[in-house]
Design a protein around this ligand. Structure first.
Ligand code: IVH
Length: 673
């Protein structure tokens, strides 16, 4: 008879189940995991262990019986004919050895040959071809049912719309990973940084967020790529091994792993994994491990699968690279909105393919939590993210006399007192004359989404401000070719080009102009809505706060901020001076404005967002024409769920209200570049 579980174990299992479900949601649905894969596996392994010992605790909805994730209700649902399972993870040569022993025993074999490939750190998708033509593509979802994202996938150039090489008739289903290369992520982030927008933390978040965009035209702007590694039912089209599969996929026109190798026995496969671990930083995209697959498909039937993973394969996860380095300084950066962000300036150290010189410290609270001090030796880790984070301080190595970091009370650039707002972790400099703000405002004014002044990026702005040629935005229009040409790295030609670009910007559209002014809370969408509504600048300037708030995409926070700006001496002066320099946006032609994606929608925020404050999220929603409401009801149109979302998410799910995670939410804006 099955043994009855002690109360303590029962409670532990319940707690584990709750935890795992929460982490599944964070990982699969919100693309915002808080646990490392290893820690997650430990939780799961403990639950499996308990359930094996006490089968009475093996409840039908235990997470040990399902693959994480659920399809969202923003897309049509696709039933996967063959479930999209995932592989079990291992972290050491010993564990790989155990895997090999286990399956050899099942098969009664002395040795097995493995195909060893890189494990791409992207998003799994499945593609259906009928008579050689791409007909449908879907996400993994919960493994059984995923989202139909065909139109988004069609924008990916490395997904052939027609299979090449005399493809077979009938249905062929191909599985693989959609991903973004490092250089593309960097390019996107550089642009976002210049425009003062939040950066994508890592390529996987960007890929996941992009695939969930509702507008394929926005997806097309993101350089997603695809790599294939599987054919469902390969034997149906006469393929007998994994190595042959890769070959055939290549012949179909897919990109496949050129580093894949056939390895004899587990020793050969393990050696190859370690080689790949060393070589991984030379790859242009992120990988988080290697995958071992029994090469011979004729053995798969006998190996079978658990409800979570097939037994023919296993993932070997690379350890996240960690290093120690020393903190040389803690710098404070002042952004366009005056937000002051601390960054640790560390002794350069090679880590995960790049030389690290800086590590994020997020905010004052984080510095306090870690107790990082200048001179400290710190552990840094880069686990897929572009900018490494500080894991902790090596207390034993603290130099004598290292003092706790004191977050300054004054702006490091202009010396005015910094402002702390109740309930916000961000500290700001609110001095409109602060040179750091002026510099950031000029950069924003010239940026691509604003006045789009070619040749006027961060470096040139720094040069102009440094040479005292420009102190405020309107000074740009007084630049003279000769003075410019005399600057370092500035030739006759680039000086001429910059002057021409400035000239051209004098008649930029009203929506760009309004955005370029850098009014707090007025983003591109709001600027467009204002331009569309009022038609000309003078009418915008004359509008009362109530009139501003009556515009579709403008909520009370934005209206008050805009009215305040237009009435302020600094705002009025900026606009007057620009006028004097001949910057006059022509009246808007009706119908040029873009749509506000959340127009008229009621949105609920729940859980903690990683990259935005509540206030910022609210502003974005308002900018996009939506309204933030506090509780979920049948009238709610969308729930934005951050980490630890709680009961509102549950309620939304019960009521069938659409839910987006942070990545999906950010992607709505990332899309409008
Ligand atoms: S084979 C049963 N091969 O890693 C799943 N997966 O858990 C078989 N992945 O969900 C997958 N690179 O998203 C396979 N070369 C590769 C892969 C790969 C990345 C992902 C895939 C899968 C997860 C494994």
């Amino acid at each position: 008879m099955a043994e009855k579980a002690p109360q303590k174990i029962r409670r532990e299992a319940e707690k584990l189940r709750r935890e795992i479900v929460r982490h599944d949601r964070l990982y699969y649905e919100e693309a915002a995991p808080v646990l490392s894969d290893h820690d997650y596996d430990l939780l799961l392994a403990r639950l499996v262990e308990i359930e094996e010992r006490y089968p009475c605790l093996r409840v039908p909805d235990s997470p040990t019986r399902r693959v994480g994730g659920a399809p969202s209700d923003r897309f049509e649902t696709v039933e996967h004919a063959v479930p999209m399972l995932s592989l079990d993870n291992t972290y050491s040569a010993e564990e790989l050895g155990e895997f090999d022993r286990r399956i050899r025993k099942l098969l009664g074999r002395e040795s097995l040959d493995y195909a060893v490939e890189y494990k791409l750190d992207g998003v799994a998708v499945t593609l259906l071809y009928r008579d050689g033509a791409f007909v449908r593509g879907a996400t993994r979802g919960d493994g059984r049912r995923g989202d139909d994202i065909t139109e988004n996938l069609k924008t990916i150039r490395s997904i052939p719309l027609k299979l090449e090489g005399g493809a077979s008739s009938g249905e062929v289903e191909v599985r693989g990973e959609a991903y973004i290369a490092f250089q593309d992520l960097e390019k996107i982030n550089r642009r976002r940084e210049e425009a003062g927008e939040a950066l994508f933390a890592n390529p996987r978040n960007l890929a996941a967020g992009t695939l969930k965009l509702l507008d394929p035209r926005q997806v097309a702007k993101r350089p997603l790529r695809f790599r294939a590694y599987r054919i469902v039912d390969p034997e149906g089209i006469g393929i007998g091994t994994q190595m042959e599969t890769l070959e055939r996929l290549g012949a179909f026109g897919f990109s496949v792993d050129g580093e894949a190798r056939l390895c004899e026995g587990i020793d050969g496969a393990t050696a190859r994994c370690l080689e790949m671990q060393e070589a991984r930083y030379r790859l242009p995209f992120g990988v988080d491990g290697a995958v071992l697959k029994v090469n011979d498909f004729s053995l798969y039937g006998r190996l079978g699968a658990t409800s979570k993973s097939p037994r023919w394969g296993i993932a070997y996860k690379f350890p996240a690279e960690r290093k120690t380095t020393t903190v040389r300084a803690i710098d404070l950066q002042v952004g366009r909105t005056g937000a002051v962000t601390p960054v640790a300036n560390v002794a350069p150290v090679p880590l995960a393919g790049t030389i690290v010189r800086r590590a994020t410290l997020h905010n004052e609270e984080e510095i306090r939590r870690l107790d990082v001090r200048v001179g400290d030796t710190v552990w840094i880790e880069k686990s897929g993210d572009i900018i490494p984070r500080i894991l902790g301080v090596e207390a034993s190595a603290r130099p004598p006399g290292a003092a706790p970091f004191r977050f300054p009370e004054e702006c490091p650039v202009c010396g005015e007192p910094l402002i702390r707002t109740e309930g916000e972790v961000v500290v700001r400099c609110e001095n409109p004359a602060c040179p750091a703000l002026a510099r950031a405002r000029i950069v924003h004014y010239a940026s691509r989404n604003a006045m789009d002044i070619e040749g006027l990026g961060v470096k040139v702005v720094d040069q102009l401000v440094g040479a005292a040629l420009v102190a405020e935005i309107p000074d740009l229009y007084r630049l003279e070719k000769e003075r410019l040409a005399a600057l370092e790295r500035f030739g006759e030609k680039s000086a001429e080009n910059l002057i021409a670009a400035l000239e051209e910007s004098r008649t930029r559209s009203l929506d760009r102009f309004l955005f370029a002014l850098g009014v707090r809370h007025v983003g591109r969408t709001t600027a467009r809505a204002l331009a569309e509504h009022f038609g000309e600048l003078d009418r915008v300037l004359a509008a009362s706060e109530e009139e501003l708030a009556s515009v579709d995409a403008v909520g009370p926070v934005i209206a008050s901020s805009a009215a305040q700006f237009f009435r302020s001496a600094a705002g009025a002066r900026l606009i007057r001076r620009l006028h004097e320099e001949g910057v006059r946006p022509p009246p808007m032609e009706m119908g040029d404005a873009g749509e506000a994606p959340l127009r008229g929608k009621r949105v609920v925020l729940t859980g903690t967002l990683e990259s935005l404050t509540r206030e910022e999220a609210r502003r974005r929603i308002e900018e996009a024409g939506g309204r933030v409401v506090s509780s979920v009801s049948a009238k709610t149109d969308l729930v934005v769920a951050g980490a630890s979302p709680g009961s509102k998410l549950r309620k939304a799910e019960e009521l069938g209200v659409a839910v987006v995670d942070e990545a999906g939410f950010l992607a709505m804006w990332g899309g409008r570049e």
